[in-house]
Design a protein around this ligand. Structure first.
Ligand code: FRU
Length: 479
């Protein structure tokens, strides 16, 4: 480890020590979401189950609540409920990563845990350089950097990053997010026999190729895996134009279903679908566990979108992960369900049936800063809305075939909405943490995620219907 690496770690721990108490005292600190101890969190990195333990690393800026030269922070769990904070995995202390150990992934090989990540560098003129780098660990705690293992191929700008690695029949593959010299977003593929020497195979999908016309100037954080009958390419494209209810966020996170041919190489695919219909969801990455489950993590924010507006900056921290989701495929669509492990958080159950007839019913929520509400067997003619803590509303309008999440913008003034087309809503599962809400519709058919900043003591959750609506209601306070 270089002297600079050691010094950066020392300073990061010092910052945590200095400001951690202030961060912890924020009423908007989350209860069941991963957050940075201080500073800024962004993408999930290196998600893997290794020797029984789930590892999650994340992009971390310990020194302030903006972006910059990122570290990899590291947390582990065996049950998705209790998380251990591990030592810093990577600090930006080498010539090839000195402006950030940017996003990447993990893979097990020869009894070692290997991390593939992007070394982000700015040269003396401020021009960007990019290196794909390797670090290895024998114990899953201390990582030894092995340096640069892949260089920028011709035809691409230095916006070339976020390696996701997997192994198939003894060969390793790595998909990266890229920008072509024509400034088109792209996903490219590398191959290796040993994870230390990589051969560039070429682009597999991108703006202006296959069925895609203009489709963004940069693709970030790709992931590629098989699920049931299909191969799935997750990607976070930048530069899509808003189109009706689609692409309302500043940048998107979504997927293509298709078929990967690593020989040609090519990923033939259908249309792009957004993973989440809410305000805050980006850079999704997955792991497969020993139960065969495909589990997805994502950053519950979008780059350059109201990032400065979070009130948590005053407490020296910003952003969190979305709840992990289990993926499955049904009818040509990704289904995303909360992990069953989250049920272990439930306490203090209340159940009942709600009958509304041009009326409103306040739910007996005890602590709306940590609550799950499950609305099931919903029968509604005219639709209904759930008003949450005076700061958000979920609305189902069957006449328009539309579900909407509205929230008060972070400046506390205007209302903003995100919506999706859906003709029938029979189940709504809401997870409310101190400063976030995640709404799962119809057991994972659609999901809306959002940060919000309600008045901390406000526990008001009310269901209203302009006609006749009935539903079963279950409410839990989450540990
Ligand atoms: C996505 C991203 C990645 C990059 C990382 C830097 O949010 O821009 O492309 O590796 O964040 O923190």
């Amino acid at each position: 480890m270089s002297a600079l690496d050691q010094e950066l770690r020392r300073r990061a721990y010092e910052e945590k020590e200095r400001l951690g108490k202030i961060a912890s005292s924020d009423p908007y600190r989350q209860h069941f979401h991963i957050m940075p101890p201080v500073g800024l969190l962004n993408d999930p990195n290196g998600v893997i189950q290794w020797k029984g333990t789930y590892h999650l690393f994340f992009q971390w800026q310990p020194f302030h609540t903006g972006h910059g030269a990122k570290f990899w922070a590291h947390v582990t769990t065996r049950d998705f409920v209790t998380w251990e904070e591990e030592d810093i995995a990577l600090a930006p202390g080498e010539w090839y990563d000195r402006n950030g150990c940017y996003s990447g992934s993990a893979i097990a090989k020869d009894d070692q845990l290997c991390l593939l990540y992007t070394g982000n560098v700015r040269d003396e003129h401020g021009d960007r350089e990019t290196y794909q780098c390797l670090a290895v660990s024998k114990d899953g705690k201390v990582f030894e950097k092995k340096g640069v293992v892949a260089h920028l191929p011709e035809g691409y700008t230095a916006h070339f990053r976020d390696p996701k690695v997997w192994e198939k029949d003894g060969t390793y593959f790595m998909v990266l997010g890229a920008q072509t010299e024509e400034l088109k977003g792209s996903a490219v593929l590398f191959r290796s026999e040993n994870v230390t020497e990589w051969t560039f195979l070429g682009p597999i999908a991108g703006a202006g190729s296959g069925s895609l016309g203009s489709f963004g100037y940069m693709w970030e954080c790709p992931d590629l895996f098989s699920l049931g009958e299909a191969d799935v390419l997750l990607v976070s494209p930048q530069g899509l134009e808003a189109d009706g209810t689609e692409y309302q966020n500043k940048h998107q996170a979504g997927y293509f279903l298709g078929c990967l041919n690593t020989d040609t190489p090519e990923f033939q695919h259908g249309e792009f679908t957004e993973l989440d219909r809410g305000f805050d969801f980006y850079a999704a990455q997955t792991l497969v566990d020993d139960k065969g489950r495909r589990i997805l993590f994502a950053w519950m924010a979008v780059p350059d979108q109201q990032e400065d507006g979070h009130p948590t900056h005053d407490y020296h921290w910003v952003h969190c992960m979305a709840m992990p989701r289990e993926l499955s495929l049904s009818g040509g669509k990704l289904i995303q369900r909360p992990l069953p492990e989250m049920k272990a958080l439930r306490t203090d159950q209340q159940r009942g049936r709600l009958h509304l007839s041009r009326s409103a019913g306040r739910l007996p929520v005890k602590d709306a800063a940590r609550t799950e509400v499950l609305l099931e067997d919903i029968f509604t003619e005219s639709g209904f809305e759930v008003a949450i803590r005076g700061t958000a509303r979920f609305i189902f309008n069957p006449k328009e075939g539309m579900a909407v999440l509205e929230r008060t913008a972070f400046n506390g003034e205007e209302k903003e909405t995100r919506s999706c087309a859906i003709t029938d809503v029979h189940t709504v599962q809401l997870f409310m943490d101190a400063s976030s809400i995640e709404v799962f519709l119809n057991d994972g058919e659609e999901v809306f995620s959002a940060r919000y900043f309600p008045f901390p003591g406000n526990d008001e959750v009310t269901v209203t219907s302009g006609g006749n609506t009935e539903m079963n209601v279950a409410i839990w306070t989450l540990l």
